[in-house]
Structure formats: structure tokens, C-alpha cells
Design a protein around this ligand. Structure first.
Ligand SMILES: [Zn+2]
Length: 366
């Protein structure tokens, strides 16, 4: 297995296209063609984590926070970051980062908190992208209809809710005249050919459209493939930062706070609002989400679970009447390693995947 194989599987679920454009994600250090036998997963690639990777002969580190975020002017061993990069390259360790794409994607950080708190009727809190949908119609000889349908389905065409491979087929007659220099699959040059054909229609999401057309052309017997693409008014999935949903049972704010500690495996958190009051509608923004206090309140949230809350944000939340749980930036995102570990273990039998032991919260509670 190579770095590129791991990236491909990872980005199937957490596409780079979902990230904000200010973000710095993807393969930050290393070579796509390096072999991977061992992966280390961590929120942050600190010096201690890099030493841990070297010690354990790790080939690839996967981080949530971008390993390089701001521009670097020098890479040498007298600068902390330079030393880290030098050490990684010397030890042939690649670093891959998945940041806002991992926050936004389904089954990413925010959805994991939703799952752990068992929320229902869950919506995206702040939509950043509405998936566009297209209809592809392709004309093919009857003999090739199955392989064209497969070529489309292999690229996710025809996925509708809980169903896959959805398509519609019409029978018909195709007519064409191969011109000079053509090499027709059926028929001869400069004579009208009549062929029993089918028209296959299937739905396709924007991100797969190009590849789906490539697949169809590869599987099709004709030199020139006739196909139509229609943009649809149907709306696809909504993507965005944060989630909002309801607790299965209304509970006291105190109980929810205790649950957050338990499910995020953290020793302490900060909260604003009356602990004895009931809460039901919960908004979540992992990491640093104070800027979504007003949005969460406008969508009817009783409480926003996030991290990195500043004093004035807490005051504003109190005034607005929305409760806050500040689980810490580290505390609300450290589950990144659990999610990635679980996903990659399912996908790769032959790769050993470790969760970093040296990536710790820089804050201590006294
Ligand atoms: Zn973060």
C-alpha cells in the first residue's frame, strides 16, 4: 500500500473539496509513492508526536490541524518547525492533514459528537455547500447496456437515499452516418446505419460527474459517444460546519454537561447558563465555534457545545439566553483520532494504525 492509496480511501469519505479555501489540507509533507505499513493518527503533529512516529517506525502521520498553516521562510534545524520537517523527511515520514473538510464532512468530527450524544432530527448548522445534481443520459447499443449501467453506478450515479444503481432505460433506434476517417464499431463510412439502442438515464452528483463521463466513454463501444448532461433543480445533500439536533429526552443542563464530559472523555469543561434548567435542542461546533453563537440561537438551540470561548462571547451568550458548553479546543476535537482509526482499520487490513499517546492538551486544570 502506498500513501496515495490511503489518501484515495480517506478522501472518498472526507473530500478535500469540502474544506474552506483558506485552509491548508492534504499531503503536507512526503511522497505519494512512499510505502505505508504503519500510520499514526493525531490531532496535532507536535515535536513529541514526531518523535513518537520516528520511534515507532511510522510511515504516515494523519493530523486534523494542518501541519503547516502559515508561510515558512526557512527550513533548518534551529527553528522548531524546520527541525520537525527535517526530521520527518530524514525518516521518510509523510504528513497528511484533514481539517475543515473533516469538520464539514458527514461522519466527521461534528457528526461523531452527534452520535455520542444520540441526537435526532439533525441538521447542518451553517451550510457552506449545496450539492448540485445532474442527470446523465447516454445512448448505447442494447448489447452494452449492462456495462454502461455498471460504469455509471461505479461512480455513484443512481444513488438516491437508501438506494443505489437507480437508472431508467428506454428502448429505441439510433441512426448515424460514419464520415471519412471514422472507424465505426458498426456500419460503414458514408452510409446511414440503423442500430437498436437504449437510452440510459441516471442521476449524478457534481463531484462525480467528470469521472462518471470518463467511465462511460471507456466502457462504450462507439468511437463517438452520444450523451446529454442536464443540470437538475433537485437539491442534493447540504454540507456545512456544525450540527443542530434534539436530545432523545429533555434533560437538565447539568446532566448534559456531565454527558459531554463522559462522551468526549474529558475531565472538565466550562459552562454558562443555569445548570438546573432543561435543555433539548443542542448545537455543536467542534474546535472553536464562538462565532456561531448567534446562528445557533436563531435556529432555536438551547445550548451550543464548542471550545475556545472567550469571556465576552460567554457574556453575549448569557444575554441572548443560549447556554454554552466549552469543552476546550483539544477536548472537543481529540476524538478525531478515534474516528480516523476506526475508519482506516475497516479499510486496510494490512496497515497497522496507531493512536498517538504523546498528543496531549497543552492546558492543565489545577
Ligand atoms: Zn481545531
Amino acid at each position: 500500500m502506498y500513501v496515495k492509496d490511503v489518501i484515495k480511501i480517506f478522501e472518498n469519505k472526507y473530500p478535500k473539496s469540502l474544506a474552506y479555501n483558506w485552509d491548508n489540507i492534504g499531503l503536507i509533507i512526503g511522497d505519494q509513492m512512499s510505502k505505508v505499513e504503519k500510520i499514526l493518527v493525531t490531532l496535532e503533529a507536535t515535536q513529541a508526536v514526531i518523535d513518537e512516529a520516528v520511534e515507532n517506525k511510522v510511515d504516515l502521520i494523519i493530523t486534523h490541524h494542518p501541519f503547516i498553516f502559515k508561510g515558512l521562510k526557512k527550513i533548518n534545524t534551529s527553528i522548531t518547525k524546520g527541525n520537525d520537517i527535517y526530521k520527518l523527511i530524514k525518516n521518510n515520514i509523510s504528513v497528511y492533514s484533514a481539517h475543515t473538510n473533516f469538520d464539514i464532512a458527514y461522519d466527521g468530527l461534528n457528526d461523531e459528537i452527534v452520535k455520542r450524544l444520540d441526537l435526532k432530527d439533525v441538521l447542518v448548522l451553517d451550510t457552506t455547500y449545496d450539492q448540485k445534481l445532474y442527470k446523465i443520459a447516454v445512448y448505447t447499443p442494447v448489447s452494452h447496456q449492462d456495462c454502461i449501467r455498471k460504469a455509471m453506478a461505479d461512480m455513484g450515479c443512481g444513488n438516491i437515499g437508501k438506494y443505489s444503481d437507480c437508472s431508467f432505460t428506454f428502448n429505441g433506434v439510433g441512426r448515424f452516418k460514419p464520415l471519412n476517417d471514422s472507424k465505426p464499431y458498426v456500419g460503414v463510412q458514408n452510409e446511414i446505419e440503423i442500430v437498436e439502442e437504449v437510452k440510459i438515464e441516471s442521476i449524478c452528483k457534481e463531484s462525480n460527474l467528470k469521472q462518471a463521463i470518463n467511465n462511460i466513454i471507456k466502457a462504450h463501444p462507439y468511437e463517438e459517444v452520444a450523451y446529454d448532461i442536464y443540470e437538475l433543480k433537485n437539491t442534493g445533500k447540504k454540507y456545512g460546519l456544525g450540527r443542530i439536533g434534539k436530545l432523545k429526552n429533555t434533560m437538565k443542563f447539568e446532566e448534559l454537561s456531565e454527558n459531554v464530559k463522559k462522551y468526549l472523555n474529558i475531565k472538565s469543561l466550562r459552562a454558562t447558563g443555569n445548570l438546573k434548567e432543561d435543555v433539548n435542542k443542542v448545537a455543536i461546533v467542534s474546535g472553536s465555534g464562538s462565532e456561531f453563537i448567534i446562528k445557533a440561537h436563531s435556529m432555536g438551540a438551547d445550548v451550543l457545545i464548542t471550545g475556545d470561548v472567550k469571556y465576552h462571547d460567554a457574556q453575549n451568550a448569557l444575554e441572548l439566553g443560549i447556554k454554552l458548553i466549552d469543552a476546550g479546543h483539544f477536548g472537543s476535537e481529540n476524538i478525531f483520532s478515534d474516528i480516523v482509526l476506526q475508519y482506516l482499520q475497516k479499510e486496510f487490513d494490512s496497515i497497522e494504525i496507531l493512536k498517538s499517546k504523546s498528543n496531549i492538551d497543552p492546558f492543565i486544570t489545577i
